[in-house]
Design a protein around this ligand. Structure first.
Ligand code: ADP
Length: 481
């Protein structure tokens, strides 16, 4: 085994990757993008990849908990895509917590605010964007990250860009190469974490440019990679995705199994594992007590932790659910209409529903640990991490068979419904509750099957490494003779 690892390290030690992301957990996270950017680089580093991350130096980062040192003072970066207008940045260096992976933090007034996204989301039918300020901030970040690599003389084999925020990386590299050969050997991989979130200005769509200009593209589950080629799930970009179909891959996300592990989780009341599964219920009664629900380990607790946006199927949960024999705990924030509908349920039926409107990492872990059933009724879902986290905590997922949910949950590990409708969700939840109350042996098997799944990043990281290697294969030259 040791020999094999050594070989992998020697083989790939030359691959250098600059990883660009608007979120990196635990430094700055809103959703799954942050989780992926905080965990995938660790698994790639274990495979011997020289990976370095670039992240905006947000005001919200806990600079005391994650100390950083200034490594570049006053670097000039062309702004707004114009070579003659420059802004000045400083670059600070920290490590991805618990690792030696460098994280370059780009400091500029643009990123001083206490929020990752400065403005609201703009909804345009089945796709969305951000206000002009945010578009400007992330385009600037992308350019600044490349200027930082150049200043540090770090010539990456691959720039790995993620989502619309860094969609212009491939375009910038092409501009760079017209003036200067620094990135002449650099290839780009563009990962689509959520196609609906596009970054649209009057004249450009950054998601589309990432798709068209990167050397290779991937998305975060095999099923979603197929779905986005259709009109129904392509969010208006299905035609350009079809053009790049042979360069489009689906790599299923993993989860950070160090951070989401009930055997070592410092956030939860009682740690447990497959062997001590009976201790899980102490987490349920502790949460029931704290939230003012009736304390009863025999009552099913149904959890939901998510961003409250159209994608997540919140609207399928209606007043009718108050008739089910269970308790619900909802954690999330986002669009007012969903915050209000779930808060109204909690006001009207305080014994049944608890709704907590905020982002709260500790409470999220407590809900995973306390839940018997975990809901993910998404309208569409590129991969989804919460169903995998739930299974790792012995909570049985109830999901819609879509995107990455279809790739990670089956009848041996959870409950699945197909049609996007409240009645289907209700019916499936009712079925799950019947098994919970009436068939203890089957319930236990479902939990154990979930706990035994391997959702670590090891396998996906090998698939990403293969994509990096593919990008760096020497192109065969055809000589005319
Ligand atoms: P998305 O990327 O669409 O938000 P994912 O399922 O891929 O959805 O990832 C969601 C991640 O964000 C999970 O780690 C989940 O626990 C976390 N999360 C979502 N909402 C909250 C919240 N309100 N508080 C704490 N963690 C949250």
């Amino acid at each position: 085994m040791a020999k094999r690892n050594k070989n992998i390290t020697t083989l790939n030690s030359k691959i250098k990757v600059l990883f660009l992301s608007a979120e990196v957990a635990p430094l700055a996270k809103v959703g799954g993008l942050g989780d992926v950017a905080g965990a995938l680089p660790k698994a790639l580093a274990r495979l011997g990849v020289d990976i370095r991350i670039c992240l905006p130096g947000y005001g919200l980062i806990d600079w005391i908990k994650y100390p950083a040192e200034k490594i570049i003072n006053q670097l000039s970066v062309p702004a707004e895509d114009k070579e003659d207008k420059a802004e000045i940045i400083d670059v600070w260096l920290t490590n991805l917590p618990g690792t030696k992976i460098p994280v370059y933090l780009i400091k500029h007034d643009f990123f001083n605010s206490k929020n990752i996204y400065a403005g609201d989301r703009l909804i345009l039918g089945d796709k969305y964007t951000r206000l002009a300020d945010d578009l400007k901030r992330f385009v600037f970040f992308t350019r600044a990250a490349l200027e930082t690599a150049k200043k540090l003389n770090f010539k990456p084999d691959v720039v790995h860009a993620n989502d619309w925020h860094t969609g212009l990386a491939a375009d910038f590299i092409k501009t760079f190469n017209r003036q200067n050969a620094f990135f002449s050997k650099t290839k780009t991989l563009y990962t689509i974490h959520n196609l609906a979130n596009q970054g649209i200005t009057d004249s450009r769509n950054y998601m589309a440019e990432g798709i068209l200009k990167a050397d290779l593209i991937n998305t975060v589950s095999p099923t979603y990679a197929k779905e986005i080629l259709t009109k129904k799930y392509g969010a208006g970009l299905e035609k350009i995705l079809k053009k790049r179909k042979t360069d489009l891959y689906g790599v299923l996300n993993g989860i950070d199994t160090d951070f989401f592990n009930p055997a070592t989780d410092g956030f939860i009341k009682e740690k447990y594992s497959l062997k001590t599964l009976e201790k899980k219920s102490a987490n349920k009664t502790a949460l029931q007590k704290r939230l003012g629900l009736k304390q009863d380990k025999n009552t099913a607790l149904v959890g939901l932790v998510t961003r409250f946006v159209r994608q997540k199927g919140i609207e399928l949960i209606t007043e009718k659910f108050s008739g089910l024999n269970c308790q619900f705990v909802f954690l999330g924030s986002g669009e007012k209409r969903y915050e209000e509908s779930l808060s109204d349920l909690a006001k009207k039926y305080p014994d049944k529903f608890k709704t907590l409107i905020r982002f709260d990492e500790k409470l999220a872990h407590e809900i995973y640990a306390a839940s018997d059933i975990f809901l993910v009724p998404s309208r569409f879902e590129p991969c989804g991490l919460t169903q995998m986290i739930a299974m790792s905590y012995g909570a049985v997922p109830l999901v819609r068979a879509i995107g990455g949910l279809a790739d990670t949950v089956n009848h041996k590990t959870g409950f699945i419904f197909k049609k996007y409708s409240g009645a289907e969700l209700y019916k499936t939840l009712n079925k799950a509750l019947t098994v919970f109350y009436k068939n203890k042996a089957l319930w236990r098997r479902l939990k154990i099957n979930g706990l035994k799944q391997n959702f670590s990043w090891d396998k996906p990281a090998r698939q990403y490494l293969k994509l990096y290697q593919k990008l760096n294969k020497p192109v065969k030259k055809h000589y005319l003779i």
